[in-house]
Design a protein around this ligand. Structure first.
Ligand code: 5GP
Ligand code: ZN
Length: 112
């Protein structure tokens, strides 16, 4: 399958993982939008949040616990933002579900 994140997960594209377990990988975004910008990616090829069901949704809880743990590891005691961009209007550019963890600066609201 021609999926960038599947290639990263399968190590076809070399990437330094900051975390890996049987369900997810995490690595730094290539184009960071904040001093800390981590991507957490389920290993299963789920295209977007539109493909989350009650059958596969446990992965989302797993991601959020890991986001909290990585935020602590990266010194984000003052807070952070978890982002999932879904499909075109959500601003999704890679069609394999992923979660951004952003921190190290004041986040703004509303987002663009
Ligand atoms: P999206 O825009 O789909 O929510 O997020 C995709 C993210 O993946 C973007 O923030 C982009 O910078 C990041 N990204 C795209 N290609 C690569 C890559 O090859 N390596 C890494 N580390 N990040 C990537
Ligand atoms: Zn994929």
């Amino acid at each position: 399958m021609d999926c960038l994140f599947c290639k990263i997960i399968n190590k076809e594209i070399p990437t330094d993982f900051i975390y890996e377990d049987e369900k997810v990988v995490a690595f730094k975004d290539i184009s960071p939008q904040a001093p800390v910008h981590i991507l957490i990616i389920p290993k299963d090829h789920i295209p977007s949040n539109d493909d989350i069901t009650h059958e596969n949704s446990a992965i989302v809880g797993h991601v959020f616990v890991l986001a909290k743990n990585l935020a602590k590891e990266y010194g984000l005691e003052e807070g952070y933002r978890i982002v999932n961009n879904c499909k075109e209007h959500g601003g999704q550019s890679v069609n394999h579900i992923h979660f951004h963890v952003l921190g190290g600066r004041q986040m703004l609201w509303p987002p663009g």
